[in-house]
Design a protein. Structure first.
Ligand code: 13P
Length: 257
């Protein structure tokens, strides 16, 4: 890294932390990453129930840790039992929200169209989406990664303004790399990141492509983070398992600094 874009390391806590566990984890994270706050955007994405406690700690302790949700509904209110609207995330001072994680696509029926609605609803509420994309093992083995991911980007990120496109954060997460310990080579991950950037460029122009950040996700660990971060089109990471411990998360944040 080291181009014009500020690196970002975001922790996706998935369905692993209670509110109390998350509060303790943020306390531990602040102790170990505060030396690099000016150089790396550090973000945590707790489950919905942990957002309030996380938001309170971040505000009271003046932490420069960004807060993200893991999902959102695109409507601002309505009879959608179990769903959370963007304005509810705004109230909790969420800066970011993950949209279209492969686990939402696989287990909750999310499509490129619903991802697109969410991305628009988030931007309209002043929340920056972290939009996920990535191919299955079958598509990877069939050599269809770029074709598949390009469609996810074209459809999931359609209809934005160039300014919104410039603020985009896209996480390339090959499904077969998530939680498996397997990863693409950094060069291959960078090839896809470059293609994502080129697709954003074709849709919204070169300035948006240069400004948008592309993260890699999928079995990012302290041992491999620096290799991914040395690639020119990879601007950081979306981290699952290794984000649940302050020391491993800190090592990855430092690798990005
Ligand atoms: P792991 O880092 O546990 O592979 O998870 C990656 C991920 O899905 C982050 O959103």
């Amino acid at each position: 890294m080291g181009g014009p874009r500020t690196p970002m390391v975001a922790g996706n806590w998935k369905m692993f932390t209670t509110s109390g566990e998350g509060a303790a984890l943020i306390g531990n994270i602040q102790d170990v990453v505060s030396d690099v706050w000016s150089r790396v955007d550090v973000v945590v994405c707790p489950p919905f129930t942990g957002l309030k406690a996380a938001s309170t700690i971040i505000e009271l302790d003046h932490l420069r840790i960004g807060l993200g949700a893991q999902d959102v509904h695109w409507e601002s209110e309505g009879a959608f039992t179990g769903a959370i609207a963007p304005r509810m995330l705004v109230e909790l001072r969420c800066d970011y929200c993950i949209a279209g994680h492969s686990e939402r696509r696989e287990f909750f029926g999310e499509t490129n169209e619903t991802v697109n609605r969410k991305v628009h609803a988030l931007f309209a509420s002043g929340i920056t989406p972290i939009t996920c994309c990535g191919e299955s093992l079958a598509l990877y083995e069939a050599g269809k990664t770029e074709e598949f991911v390009r469609t996810q980007i074209r459809e999931g990120l359609a209809g934005l303004t160039p300014e919104q496109a410039a603020a985009l954060i896209v996480a390339y997460e090959p499904i077969w790399a998530i939680g498996t310990g397997h990863t693409p080579t950094p060069e291959k991950a960078n090839d896809v990141a470059r293609m994502i950037r080129a697709t954003i460029g074709a849709m919204y122009g070169p300035p948006a492509a240069q400004a948008a950040r592309v993260l890699y996700g999928g079995s990012v660990k302290p041992e491999n983070a620096a290799m991914f971060f040395s690639e020119p089109d990879i601007d950081g990471a979306l981290v699952g398992g290794a984000a649940l411990k302050a020391d491993t998360f800190s090592d990855i944040v430092h690798a990005a600094s």
